[in-house]
Design a binder for this molecule. Structure first.
Ligand SMILES: NC(=O)c1ccc[n+]([C@@H]2O[C@H](COP(=O)([O-])OP(=O)(O)OC[C@H]3O[C@@H](n4cnc5c(N)ncnc54)[C@H](OP(=O)(O)O)[C@@H]3O)[C@@H](O)[C@H]2O)c1
Length: 252
């Protein structure tokens, strides 16, 4: 029997690549997002192997309603990939837009929390399952302008570990995937609010990670024997490394 995966944010980027990779490897995918035409395209392409769920993950009643609409035969979810998320703006904290901050908290923290709480009881009841959260290196390493985005991914990191603590004695896995710079997604276009030039500049002449690289890692994590839990995995392109610690000199 095919494994059933629920993947959030499948309308572009990682989620889209993860959906294709999982389906190509025999999974059935329930895929979520707000952009209905993109969900319809996936339905057309993958037919009975893909179930679209169209809702805003920030909205709990909408999320619950969508979750409850999953057909009976797809309700035993084996793999939840909490991928939907976004970064907004790159302003320093004293100048950042407060609406952007709320939007990131509502999506990256609350949305991930809602989905996890909805899916987990059935996994516990069946004593099987795997939750793969898409965190970020931004949850570990600070950078200027990363303020709330990085903090939401630090939540994802700690929430993943705390879930493992709650699931002691259960055969349920939780992994946090922490990618670095990855191109060919809508991430930077969303961050810079549609400014294509700014978004493109970031990736120019850089050999960045591709969504397919992350999709392969997600598949590999789930393919490990069911008693093997990879807690976290951090991925960077070789083009990305670390800066020196910042020391400010006195002006005298
Ligand atoms: N690209 C990178 O460099 C990078 C690095 C590290 C981590 N990440 C993380 O990877 C994940 C995927 O990002 P990506 O790079 O693939 O970006 P992306 O192409 O912009 O994809 C984001 C996905 O999240 C969905 N989403 C956003 N807000 C939503 C909402 N309120 N309700 C429902 N769905 C929502 C979007 O769907 P709709 O717009 O259709 O709703 C879209 O499918 C995010 O969690 C991001 O933080 C990305």
């Amino acid at each position: 029997m095919s494994k059933i995966a629920l993947v959030t944010g499948v309308t572009s980027g990682f989620g889209l690549a993860i959906t294709k990779t999982l389906i190509n490897n025999g999974y059935l995918v329930i895929g979520t997002g707000r952009r209905l035409p993109k969900l319809n395209e996936l339905k057309q392409q993958f037919q009975e192997k893909f179930i679209p769920l169209n809702f805003d993950i920030q909205n709990l009643p909408e999320t619950q309603q969508a979750f409850n609409s999953i057909p009976q035969e797809y309700q035993n979810i084996d793999l939840l990939v909490n991928n939907a998320g976004l970064a907004l703006g790159l302003e320093v904290a004293n100048k950042a837009n407060l609406d952007d901050w709320q939007n990131m908290v509502d999506t990256n923290i609350k949305g991930l929390m809602f989905m996890t709480r909805l899916v987990l009881p059935n996994m516990v009841e069946r004593n099987t399952g795997h939750i793969i959260n898409i965190g970020s290196i931004a949850g570990t390493y600070p950078y200027p302008g990363g303020n709330v985005y990085g903090a939401t991914k630090a939540f994802v990191k700690q929430f993943s570990l705390n879930l493992r603590a709650d699931l002691a004695g259960k055969n349920i896995r939780v992994s946090n995937v922490e990618p670095g710079l990855c191109g060919e997604t809508d991430f930077s276009l969303v961050r810079f609010k549609g400014d294509e030039q700014k978004a493109q500049n970031l990736y120019e002449n850089v050999n960045y990670i591709k969504p397919e690289d992350i999709a392969n890692i997600v598949l590999w994590l789930n393919q490990q024997p069911s008693h093997v839990n990879i807690n976290s995995i951090e991925i960077m392109p070789t083009a990305q490394t670390f800066s020196a610690l910042n020391v400010s000199k006195k002006n005298n």
